[in-house]
Write a protein that binds this ligand. Structure first.
Ligand SMILES: Cc1cc2nc3c(=O)[nH]c(=O)nc-3n(C[C@H](O)[C@H](O)[C@H](O)COP(=O)(O)OP(=O)(O)OC[C@H]3O[C@@H](n4cnc5c(N)ncnc54)[C@H](O)[C@@H]3O)c2cc1C
Length: 512
């Protein structure tokens, strides 16, 4: 069966009602569909995707060198072995996802080109009504019992582009990395990349291969983790004739253990971690006196923002070879030929690439209503980063920032399927979460603590995100190693769950 866009019109794709509606055919939506098929085989479902093909993030981004910065042994699903080098290009990830779709017969369940424009819950019928629009301007309506939100966390169409002074003066080409067109020829050009996060870390060495010179302009430096793009354990096991599912399982376990150790070290001994990161740079560049001040000494703790992966130390090698240079300063204004910084540095460029990140987009920008009332996500409280007070029959897939996103896709896949099966056993049509007696007076805060993880798009978007409590049930703690012990053991009869409006657990009390 083909995994490509334009799935045939099957009973599933023509349905007007399904048990479960999955929003988005990115890595979360496809993984969730797999788990639903496997663990709730009787449920009908459809995936609605606004693009004309699957892939989400890996289809949106087309800049040179676009790749994962997680290893694919953990970014890949737990059920489909990854057999390549740990860091993968977008094309390799799309191929892997295509195989998952084809091998599991998911294609007929995907309706491409359907943008969801509204989601309305009605407590009289216990149904969601989902409105979609297609490119020809037609609108469609579908109902479902349960909504599985896999729409990602950022606006795929409008990236974050600051409103810099003098942008209209610039005579060269200004493009945001998220909107990069692969047809742009940058051979022999002077390129300025504004930003220093994971995107900049990817695109800068890729540009450096053909460009005349690449300058990285950053407000503040980033931590880089240099490593070879190979996994010795995987290579050894493969050479020993071990089967791929076993290699996948063992290597995942090893990587997760190493990441756990690394995360703890980042918190407990950040200075020692930084010394280790510097030693890797020296090893890959062969330069004992590589200058880390001022451009490569961050102001925050490693892991407070994503550590940018740097295969074979590529960006540092390009710096040593003179192909890349860094400027750490604030942009004051665009000029005809480039930009000028507040410190008075003039940078000339034929092409300026803004690697300035995303606009966070809550629920894919879909307006939600529950019983005629618009949902303001900021007024809801988030249950373990997946359900919301006052919003029934819905789960939101928000992965990890510090560990591979997909680890949570698999974990929540199990959770949602357990929940759906539990509802069937109880004969319940509706599930929601609500604060318990012991949560009375619980202090509520922003969805994520600034001290935990604080990239700009999240800080800008906090006003759109739900609230967090101070107990494990009411926060997304971004800690895979804690959650993997907690979420699979969730007591679905815990008193934070309400089924058909009745609180679960021993104290059976009607809620108003
Ligand atoms: C360049 C880049 C590299 C990254 N690298 C890593 C990495 O190495 N490791 C890691 O863990 N994370 C990484 N991330 C984070 C990454 O976004 C996630 O890991 C993951 O790919 C997100 O998958 P998703 O399916 O949840 O969301 P997305 O990939 O965002 O897919 C969501 C899908 O939902 C669709 N959709 C949204 N709104 C609607 C709507 N209203 N109607 C219909 N369809 C809709 C979108 O079109 C899209 O196809 C990276 C992010 C970027 C941008």
């Amino acid at each position: 069966m083909s995994a490509t866009a334009g799935a045939e019109l099957t009973a599933a794709t023509l349905a007007t009602h399904v048990d479960v509606l999955i929003v988005g055919a990115g890595i979360s939506g496809i993984g969730s569909a797999y788990h639903l098929q496997e663990q709730c085989p009787g449920k009908s479902y459809v995936i609605l995707e606004m693009k004309d093909t699957f892939g989400g993030t890996w289809e949106t981004h087309k800049y040179p060198g676009v790749r994962s910065d997680s290893d694919l042994y953990t970014f890949g699903y737990r059920f489909k072995p990854w057999v390549g080098a740990p860091i993968a290009s977008a094309d390799e990830i799309l191929k892997y996802m295509g195989e998952v779709i084809a091998e599991n017969g998911i294609a007929p369940q995907i309706r491409y080109g359907h943008r969801i424009t509204k989601a309305t819950w009605d407590s009289k019928t216990n149904l969601w009504t989902i409105e979609t629009s297609t490119r020809d301007g037609a609108s469609h309506i579908l109902t479902c019992n349960f909504l599985w939100m896999c729409q990602g966390y950022y606006d795929h169409e409008k990236p974050y582009m600051p409103d810099w002074a003098g942008m209209d003066k610039y005579k060269g080409l200004l493009v945001h990395a998220q909107l990069w067109d692969p047809k742009i020829d940058y051979t022999g050009k002077k390129i300025l990349v504004i930003g220093s996060g994971a995107t900049a870390a990817t695109v800068i060495p890729a540009f450096a291969e053909k460009a005349a010179h690449v300058t990285m302009l950053q407000r503040s430096p980033t931590y880089f983790y240099c490593s070879e793009n190979k996994n010795e354990l995987a290579d050894k096991l493969r050479a020993g004739g071990i089967d791929e599912p076993t290699i996948h399982r063992v290597v995942r376990a090893q990587i997760m253990h190493d990441q756990d150790v690394m995360t703890k070290r980042c918190i407990e001994e950040p200075d020692a971690v930084f010394e280790d990161l510097k030693a890797l740079v020296r090893a890959f560049t062969g330069k004992e006196d590589f200058p880390f001040e001022p451009h490569f000494t961050p102001k925050y703790r490693p892991w407070q923002q994503r550590l940018a992966f740097c295969p074979e130390g590529d960006i540092f090698r390009a710096v040593v070879e003179g192909k890349v240079s860094a400027v750490t300063d604030e942009l004051e204004t665009f000029t005809e030929k480039g930009v000028r910084t507040k410190g008075g540095v003039e940078i000339e460029a034929d092409i300026i690439v803004a690697a300035t990140g995303f606009n966070l987009l809550m629920m894919g920008g879909i307006p939600f209503e529950v019983d005629g009332q618009p949902v303001d996500w900021h007024e809801t409280i988030n249950y373990r980063g997946m359900m919301f007070t006052g919003v029934p029959n819905m789960v939101w897939v928000m992965g990890y920032f510090r560990a591979s996103w997909t680890l949570r896709v698999d974990m929540l896949g199990d959770f949602v399927c357990n929940l759906l099966n539990h509802m069937d056993e109880k004969g319940a049509k509706r599930v929601e979460v609500a604060l318990r007696d012991e949560d009375a007076g619980m202090p509520l805060g922003d969805w994520i603590e600034n001290d935990n993880f604080n990239p700009s798009y999240l800080m800008r978007g906090l006003k759109d995100l739900p609230k967090r409590g101070d107990k494990p049930e009411w926060r997304h703690n971004q800690d895979y190693w804690a959650e993997r012990g907690e979420i699979p053991k969730t007591d679905l009869e815990g008193s934070e769950f309400l089924y058909d409006g009745v609180r679960a657990g021993k104290k059976v009390t009607e809620v108003a």
